[in-house]
Write a protein that binds this ligand. Structure first.
Ligand code: B12
Ligand code: SF4
Length: 363
């Protein structure tokens, strides 16, 4: 079989992990494979099957363009689409393209294969990629209303605690995409294995502050981790946040190296509940007081077809714009580090509008 694997040309900083696992799986079956990004005509490859991945729902258009383009180029090849958008909105693809087979969820047969990093050398955008991306666990113990993970991946389970077997020989960094690493039954053995590699570790998806305790903080502090990420979703989580930071500091992690994804613009219509702009400001101030970095995270609905369109009933367009402007103008890399000037500015403001009223250049 000849299998063409395609990553649509949407914006992303990471290579297509799902397809790279599929490459290894197909190679193990003796299939011939080719991986491309975007719409390519000079392929010199006549596929029997075309496998297309997808990412954010709001990045649906490049996926549809990719289906149309390759169906036009190879009308006899079978097309299958998988990944996040395909798993969240399968009918949207099936309805537009009845000839496409849509795969929902993980592809269990390929899950345990090491991603074929070597194939990235053939893809211009990824030829210098130098980090190993690993899910050491899948699923989650929670059911946050703004997250699709429990629906796509189900309950938490460890899938690759032997991390060293998933690290590509020349790579200098390990990126973990576990949804809730500390809830994994194998978190301890995984950290021990990570420690042995001596490599830089990035828990990219954030660690669950509610699960932090002395033992976990100690293990985490032993790793080479330039930034430790957690989330501060609800104002009601204040005590948990303070406790987690204290435990990490006692274990030796610098407060300045702790970043909180700080959710805003979320509203749960079922619970009639969501943090207002004033509550968001309070969360920022809490994080600053702790000496940590906050990274505002604008809520995006799970069925979003266009980014940054949704406005929570607790927020106004102006307030949302003020946050994104402040991140560019007074923030650093989109985040608010605990700079003295910033702390004073937010502390002195009587409310959200004053805190986020920006001084214009010509004032
Ligand atoms: C890593 C990650 C990120 C990374 C970026 C990822 C990237 N590739 O560029 C970062 C940290 C930057 C990020 C940011 C955000 N993220 Co994010 N992220 C993820 C995460 C953990 C993995 C996504 C990924 O790249 N997977 C690669 C895949 C597809 O590989 P895989 O899962 O191993 O693939 C398997 C299957 O999907 C399947 N498969 C895949 N392709 C194919 C193809 C075929 C043919 C077949 C058969 C099978 C198949 O087989 C594979 C093996 O089992 C998911 C959660 C999750 N656990 O999936 C959230 C997730 C995608 N993020 C989400 C969100 C909301 C965001 C943000 C918008 C949050 C915010 N408000 O700021 C931002 C947006 C950033 C931006 N650039 O605009 C949502 C998406 C919801 C949506 N509507 O699309 C998710 C689902 C989490 C959630 N909250 O529910 N994210
Ligand atoms: S803890 Fe994280 S992965 Fe788990 S449901 Fe909540 S947002 Fe999703």
């Amino acid at each position: 079989m000849k299998i063409l694997l395609v990553e649509p040309d949407y914006y992303t900083k990471y290579p297509p992990l799902g397809l790279m696992k599929l490459v290894s799986y197909h190679r193990s079956k003796g299939d011939q494979v080719k991986l491309v990004r975007g719409l390519k005509t000079d392929l010199n490859f006549n596929p029997d099957k075309i496998k297309i991945t997808s990412l954010f729902t709001y990045a649906w258009l490049p996926v549809h363009n990719t289906i149309e383009f390759y169906h036009g180029l190879f009308p006899d090849a079978k097309i299958e689409v998988g990944g996040i958008y395909a798993s969240i909105m399968p009918d949207r693809i099936k309805d537009s393209y009845p000839f496409v087979n849509v795969h929902v969820g993980l592809y269990e047969e390929a899950e345990l294969y090491s991603p074929a990093y070597d194939i990235l050398l053939d893809v211009e955008k990824w030829k210098d990629w130098d980090s190993s991306i690993i899910f050491t666990s899948r699923g989650c113990i929670r059911n946050c209303p703004f997250c699709i993970v429990p629906k796509i991946e189900g309950k938490i389970r460890s899938v690759a605690s032997d991390v060293q077997n998933y690290i590509y020989s020349d790579h200098k960094r390990v990126i973990l995409w576990d949804n809730n690493f500390l809830a994994s039954p194998d978190w301890k053995i995984t950290i021990e294995n990570l420690l042995e590699t001596g490599l830089k570790i990035d828990f990219n998806q954030g660690l669950d502050a509610r699960l932090m305790d002395e033992e976990k903080a100690g293990f985490l502090a032993s790793l080479r981790m330039p930034m430790l990420r957690m989330a501060y979703d609800w104002i009601g989580e204040k005590k948990t946040i303070v406790n987690a930071v204290d435990l990490l500091e006692e274990a030796g992690v610098k407060r300045r190296n702790i970043l909180f994804y700080t959710l805003y613009n979320f509203y749960d219509p079922i619970q009639s509940h969501g943090d207002s702009a004033e509550m968001f400001l309070e969360k920022l101030k809490d994080i600053q007081k702790l000496g940590c970095v906050s990274y505002p995270m604008r809520f995006e609905p799970l069925n979003s077809l266009k980014k940054n369109q949704y406005i929570s009933p607790m927020w106004t367009t102006e307030q949302l714009e003020a946050v994104s402007k402040a991140r560019r103008v007074i923030g650093y890399g989109g985040a608010f580090p605990p700079y003295e000037g910033l702390i004073k500015k937010f502390e002195a403001a009587k409310d959200f509008n004053e805190a986020f009223r920006l001084r214009l250049c010509n004032n």
